[in-house]
Design a protein around this ligand. Sequence first.
Ligand code: HEM
Length: 171
Amino acid sequence: MPTQKIEGQDEQFADPVAEQPGFDNTQSRIAILGHPIHAMSVSFPIALTFCTFFADALYWWTGDPFWARGALWAVGAAFLFGMLAGLSGTAELLLVSGIRVRAAAWTHFIIAVTLLSLLGANWGFRLFGYESAVLPYGILLSMLGVLVVSFTGWHGGKLVFDYRLGTSKGK
Ligand code: HEM
């Protein structure tokens, strides 16, 4: 079993996760000409989650029902595009060995599913009256959505830029 030497220490250790076959293979399988569909599709739910919050804030400020209706459409589209992005991400997670084996990829999955539940709840709640839903609970759900989508997006970026997920064919 290959071991790694820590500088300044006599001890040797082996990382059992790094020993897994296919650990270095992180190449995206759900891609168009090598460009991961997940990375391309996440922009839509991210932008629409921010739009929902801004539409709610404008409804609060102006009282114009146009913004409440805009928020209903924005959060519905955020949820549906988020589900599509989530499907491509889940396929990557299950199909690519180097992604499946890393705990950080599963952490991203849990944060993302939390986000999708929040978007679904925010949308469903508004279907029973899109104007009355905005204040106070709709806008509070939208604020929470902005926080969770920011964390999800940041963490997804970490998967790509720190762990190089989606990028390497392996040895
Ligand atoms: C629900 C299940 C999800 C899973 C299993 C998942 C999994 C992944 C994986 C494996 C990557 C690494 C790149 C790749 O292989 O494509 C990634 C990247 C990323 N994910 Fe997700 N994801 C999910 C949902 C979401 C959602 C809902 C969002 C945001 C709305 C999101 C935002 C991101 C971002 C921003 C990146 C970085 C893309 C880049 O910079 O190239 N993910 N995700």
